[in-house]
Design a protein around this ligand. Structure first.
Ligand SMILES: [Fe+2]
Ligand SMILES: [Fe+2]
Length: 172
């Protein structure tokens, strides 16, 4: 096995966090469908797909490293929101939390002189920069628009897409 037992367990926990983020985004997207905000809904379904991809990258990493994949309990996501801003704020908070979790994995890798894991985590570090930054932009757009102008937000989301559907930071 190329990774320590402790690192294996830490990455198993991260798999749960990524699946948890996936479920939260499915719940948020579904909420937006209910509000007839279809661009926002599509955006959050895509975000959910990305979180699934993150979880599966960690699954593959553990298997490549000869470790054991153990998926623990995943909490139910929140499914009711006062307004759009509250849902986007929750998403931003979640992305910041995941960034902190990834940083802790990097710190463990450094502590264990585990260069293979540390290098593999670089992709996630860069991904979190993109995720926090694009969610932060979206929150600002939502706050600027106000609840009465959600069609402006829909327009923003539909126009500011990267290949994966994530609004580009700094293009508002
Ligand atoms: Fe993620
Ligand atoms: Fe994310």
């Amino acid at each position: 096995m190329l990774i320590s037992k402790k690192m294996n367990e830490a990455i198993n926990r991260q798999i749960c966090y990524e699946f948890s983020a996936m479920l939260q985004y499915v719940a948020i997207a579904s909420h937006f469908v209910g509000e007839s905000l279809h661009e926002l809904a599509a955006h959050f379904y895509r975000q959910a797909e990305e979180e699934r991809d993150h979880a599966m990258r960690f699954v593959k990493y553990i298997l490549d490293a000869g470790g054991h994949v153990q998926i623990g309990d995943i909490p139910a996501p929140r499914d009711r929101f006062k307004n759009v801003e509250e849902a986007i704020q929750l998403s931003l908070d979640q992305e910041k939390k995941v960034t902190e979790q990834i940083s802790q994995l990097v710190e463990l890798a450094i502590k264990e002189s585990d260069h293979i894991t540390q290098t593999s985590l670089n992709w996630f570090v860069n991904e979190q920069l993109e995720e926090v930054s694009s969610m932060d932009s979206l929150l600002k757009v939502v706050q600027r628009a106000g609840e009465a102008n959600m069609l402006y937000v829909e327009d923003y989301v539909s126009r500011h897409k990267t290949k994966s559907g994530v609004p580009m930071a700094g293009t508002t």
